[in-house]
Design a protein. Structure first.
Length: 236
C-alpha cells in the first residue's frame, strides 16, 4: 500500500534529552494511522517534524513525496494540522477566525457547515481566550479541516472532550478517511485507536516498537496488553 507519510530513521534531541532515536514508521494513503505511546515517547515531536514545524537532526521525512521542512505553500495547503497547543489567537472569535483562515485556501470547505458540525456555532460569540479546553479542541479541528487536506495530522484530537464530543470527532475522522484523506492521529486512548485505526504505530523512548494493521500488532491479544508489554519501563 502506498504511504502518504514516511518517517525514516529520525533523530531529534533537545540538549541532553533525546526525543527521537531512530524513529521509523509510515502512514498508508487513505487510511487512519493511530500513533500511541506514553508521555515522552516522541509522538508530538514526530508530528512536528512531519508538518515542517521542526527539523530532525538526522533522518528523512516525506509527506506526499515532499520534505515538509522545505515544502512550498502549495504543499502546505494539502496538509491539515491540529496540534496539542493550537496557537489560536486569543483576541478573536471562532467564526471570524475560521472565515479568515478559509480565505487562505483556493477551495475551502463552507465555514458555517464545519462550524455547525463541530458545535463551534454554540460558542461563536465567545473570544478564544474564554473558551474551555474542549471548545478550543473543536475550533482547532475545524481550522485543520478547512482546506480540504489530503493528509490530516491530529495530535490527541479528543483530549478534553466530553463523551458526545469524542463521538463527534471519531465520526468526523472516519468520514475524512472514507473521503480518501490520510489521517494520522496521536492518542492515549485504546478505545480511540481500536475504533478508528486501519494502521497502528506504537512508540516508546523515541523509537517504533510495533507497527502494522491492528490484527498484526495485537495478534489476538488486547491492544492494552500489547501496549503495556511494549512500553513498560525498560521495554524499549
Amino acid at each position: 500500500m502506498t504511504a502518504a507519510v514516511t518517517l525514516s530513521d529520525l533523530h531529534r534531541s533537545f540538549g541532553r534529552v533525546t526525543a527521537l532515536d531512530g524513529l521509523t514508521w509510515s502512514a498508508p494513503a487513505g487510511r487512519v494511522t493511530a500513533v500511541l505511546g506514553p508521555n515522552g515517547a516522541g509522538k508530538t515531536t514526530a508530528v512536528e517534524c512531519a508538518v515542517g514545524l521542526a527539523r530532525p537532526d538526522r533522518g528523512a521525512v516525506r509527506v506526499l513525496g515532499a520534505d515538509p521542512w522545505q515544502a512550498d505553500a502549495d504543499h502546505r495547503a494539502r496538509v491539515g494540522v491540529m496540534l496539542q497547543a493550537g496557537g489560536l489567537p486569543n483576541g478573536t472569535k471562532p467564526l471570524r477566525l475560521l472565515r479568515h483562515l478559509a480565505r487562505l485556501y483556493a477551495d475551502p470547505l463552507d465555514v458555517d457547515d464545519v462550524a455547525e458540525r463541530l458545535g463551534v456555532t454554540q460558542f461563536a460569540g465567545t473570544t478564544v481566550r474564554r473558551l474551555s479546553g474542549g471548545q478550543k479542541q473543536r475550533l482547532a479541528l475545524a481550522a485543520a479541516l478547512l482546506g480540504r487536506p489530503e493528509v490530516l495530522f491530529l495530535d490527541e484530537p479528543a483530549a478534553g472532550l466530553d463523551p458526545h464530543g469524542r463521538l463527534d470527532v471519531w465520526d468526523l475522522v472516519a468520514a475524512q478517511r472514507d473521503a480518501g484523506t490520510t489521517v494520522v492521529v496521536t492518542t492515549h486512548s485504546f478505545e480511540e485507536a481500536e475504533r478508528l485505526a486501519d494502521h497502528l504505530v506504537i512508540m516508546n523512548a523515541g523509537r517504533t516498537v510495533a507497527e502494522g494493521t491492528p490484527g498484526s500488532v495485537t495478534a489476538g491479544r488486547s491492544l492494552e496488553d500489547v501496549y503495556f508489554s511494549l512500553t513498560r519501563k525498560g521495554a524499549a
